[in-house]
Design a protein around this ligand. Structure first.
Ligand SMILES: Nc1nc2c(ncn2[C@@H]2O[C@H](COP(=O)(O)OP(=O)(O)OP(=O)(O)O)[C@@H](O)[C@H]2O)c(=O)[nH]1
Ligand SMILES: [Mg+2]
Length: 198
């Protein structure tokens, strides 16, 4: 897809603050520091759009980015980071769950894991949660540039076993290898979207 524009629109915690224009949305989620914001930036070819950081827990609000004036990328706060204050942690679940459960415009969720590491209990429950509710999703294993191709293959197999047969698409935000396959999934879901009547 040719990216003509990518603009940060707003951060939100509550549904009344989400955009209300009926454009379809792609949500990015995963463990804290896994590379959600980097995936968004590198898919779009926009360096500093979503803020990235070495400090886990950087993204604590739901961030909406409008792409080509046509659809949104939604950067969700990461889960599973122990050092965020407990009030933030107790907010995370309801905030993200409310978004995922109630958003009619959500056409695809992208659940991200780190290819170097075994998917965690939380990754598995996130996947099961999406499956149980019939939410369309794909999984992406990022930071593939940090592994040899043999090690990548082995880790993809291991991830697929832990994730009950869902094999993540390997990706690197540095080389952008794997971007085509992810875009194919995104454009497929966008093409099927029927906007709500306003
Ligand atoms: N080598 C390599 N580093 C990556 C890749 N993706 C992300 N990183 C690095 O991983 C760190 C975290 O990336 P972010 O994109 O900020 O991660 P996040 O999931 O948005 O983090 P939070 O918003 O804090 O939950 C940064 O230092 C990135 O530069 C990748 O594909 N390859
Ligand atoms: Mg982030």
């Amino acid at each position: 897809m040719k990216i003509k524009s990518a603009v940060f629109i707003k951060s939100a915690t509550e549904p009344e603050h989400y955009p209300q224009d009926g454009r379809p949305e792609i949500a990015f989620m995963g463990r804290s520091n896994v590379g959600k914001s980097s995936l968004i930036n590198s898919l779009l070819g926009y360096g500093g759009l979503a803020r990235t950081s070495n400090t886990p827990g950087r993204t604590q609000l739901i961030n909406f980015f409008l792409i080509n004036d046509a659809f949104y990328f939604v950067d969700l706060p990461g889960y599973g980071y122990a050092r965020v204050p407990s009030e933030v942690k107790s907010q995370w679940g309801p905030m993200v769950e409310k978004y995922l459960a109630t958003r009619p415009d959500l056409v695809l969720s992208i659940l991200i894991v780190d290819l170097r590491r075994e998917p965690t209990r939380l990754d598995l429950s996130m996947k099961e949660w999406l499956q149980a509710r019939g939410k369309p999703f794909i999984m992406v294993a990022t930071k593939a540039d940090k592994l040899s191709s043999n090690k990548s293959k082995a880790n993809l197999n291991r991830a697929s076993a832990i994730l009950e047969g869902v094999e993540p698409l390997p990706y690197s935000a540095i080389t952008r290898r794997g971007a085509d396959r992810i875009w194919k999934q995104i454009t497929g879901c966008l093409a099927e979207y029927v906007p709500p009547r306003m």
